[in-house]
Design a protein around this ligand. Structure first.
Ligand code: TYD
Length: 207
């Protein structure tokens, strides 16, 4: 198979379980002979990881949060994502710009036009080739978070915030139907894993 750099992102509300599936997705891609670069946002470089600490634990204006997300993203693209794609590797990122549309615009009401401007500035033409959206009902997300580790700033938000978030993610998926695959993450783990496998293998068969 010819190596063509691809960019896959994972999205969903906190508690949707997306991170659980990363090892399986990596194995599926590697089985096709591609090298996988696993990364995450906010983060992915030493500086962006420092910004992540600030973003996840300090309270700030939603626009400050948006600007810092894109500052971290600029660094991440420059140092990690673009070089990997240029080498022909497959980049798998746990969250990317759809999270900014969902969290900062959808749930925190930052003007969407401002996010468009930052997106164009920071990313240029760069967009994920495929985005897996792990979707769960709001009450499931909240219940899973309640039984998990110490929550970060975002994970402490209430049901109203999560309802807006889910809505915003589903709208992003509706607006970008060729890029998004919605996964019903409110099923038994084995069933979700099988759904992920089918979707990833189908995507890989096209590259
Ligand atoms: P998350 O991806 O859930 O990591 P973990 O599984 O380790 O908790 O945490 C990142 C948080 O950052 C998540 O709550 C969503 C938030 N976030 C935004 O608000 N905007 C963004 O643009 C990004 C990338 C993340």
């Amino acid at each position: 198979m010819t190596k063509i750099g691809k960019f896959i992102t994972l999205e969903g509300m906190d508690g949707a379980g997306k991170s659980t599936h990363i090892p399986d997705i990596v194995r599926l891609i590697e089985a096709k002979g591609q090298t996988v670069v696993c990364t995450r946002e906010p983060g992915g470089t030493p500086l962006a990881e420092e910004l992540r600490e600030i973003l996840l634990h300090q309270s700030m204006h939603a626009e400050t949060e948006t600007l810092l997300m894109f500052a971290a993203r600029r660094e991440h693209i420059e140092q990690v994502i673009s070089p990997a794609i240029a080498r022909g590797d497959c980049v798998l990122s746990d969250r990317f710009t759809d999270a900014t549309y969902a969290y900062q615009s959808g749930a925190k009401a930052v003007c969407v036009e401002k996010i468009h401007v930052l997106e164009n500035w920071v990313q240029g033409e760069l967009q994920p080739d495929m985005t897996l959206l792990f979707d769960v009902p709001v009450e499931v997300s909240i219940a899973r978070l309640a039984s998990a580790r110490v929550p970060d700033k975002f994970e402490r938000e209430g049901a109203d915030f999560f309802a807006k978030l889910r809505n915003a993610y589903l709208n992003r998926a509706r607006e970008n139907p060729t890029r998004f695959r919605i996964i019903d993450a409110n099923q038994a783990l084995d069933v979700v894993k099988q759904d992920v496998k089918v979707i990833v293998e189908e995507f890989l068969s096209t590259i």
